[in-house]
Ligand binder design. Structure first.
Ligand SMILES: [Fe+2]
Length: 236
């Protein structure tokens, strides 16, 4: 398991820089209404469908990130490789769990029969993550994918989890064993994914320039995340 260490000054600044965008995601209408039980099922289902490509591609983004780990078995390289491989395997399960959530909340099975194609402003986050994981540095990729997406996800899921069962009142929604596995996994207080990613980022972003790029990458991916959530809300 990856050991968490005290943050240096630049990481404290990094967290201050991304904080407002994290807040924007968590407090956007889509996630705020989901948390207080008032999100319409139309919007809820659109979210479950159109966020699916992000979830589905997550192990692939991490596979591309794995290819960015430098050669050689120095401890940091070894650690990054091991962490990515282990977590790719975990994320693979998350895809199945997320689809189950969508199906149990009334998204039709046919919607998943072929590739899901969200409107462009919702899909933009995916394009950015493909780009940064194929053309960025290892630290940028970790910042965009594992910190920028999993960080805010941990925050909104914690709030959404509390009253999620109230959605069972809607026609076409069933909550059974397995429905909420994805939500529960990301809302867990011991989900160390973003913190561990930050530890790896600290090992690989050693120069001021690299640290600025990391901050930019995390911010950008969060901005696209917020854009996607707003766009889903505005569909109806
Ligand atoms: Fe996940």
């Amino acid at each position: 398991m990856l050991k968490l260490t005290r943050h240096p000054q630049w990481v404290r600044e990094f967290r201050t820089a991304v904080g407002p965008i994290e807040e924007r995601i968590v407090n956007c209408r889509f996630f705020a209404e989901m948390a207080n039980g008032t999100l319409s099922m139309k919007r809820f289902r659109a979210g479950l469908l159109y966020f699916y490509p992000l979830i589905e591609s997550f192990p692939q983004y991490m596979g591309l990130t794995l290819a960015l780990v430098p050669r050689g078995s120095q401890p940091a390289n070894h650690l990054a490789r091991e962490w990515l491989i282990t977590n790719i395997n975990i994320e693979r399960k998350h895809t199945v769990w997320f689809r189950q959530w969508a199906l149990d909340f009334g998204v039709s099975r046919e919607a998943f029969a072929g590739p899901v194609l969200p409107p462009p402003e919702i899909d933009a986050v995916n394009h950015y993550l493909w780009r940064i994981t194929s053309q960025g540095t290892l630290a940028e990729a970790l910042a965009a994918v594992n910190y920028g997406i999993e960080g805010p996800s941990g925050m909104w899921t914690k709030r959404a989890k509390k009253d999620i069962k109230t959605y069972a009142r809607h026609k076409g929604v069933k909550i059974r064993k397995g429905t909420l596995l994805w939500l529960d996994a990301h809302a867990a207080y011991d989900d160390r994914h973003p913190d561990e990613a930050l530890e790896l980022i600290k090992k690989f972003a050693q120069t001021k320039e690299a640290q600025e790029k990391v901050t930019q990458a995390a911010r950008r991916s969060m901005e696209y995340y917020a854009l996607a959530a707003d766009a889903i809300y505005d569909l109806f």
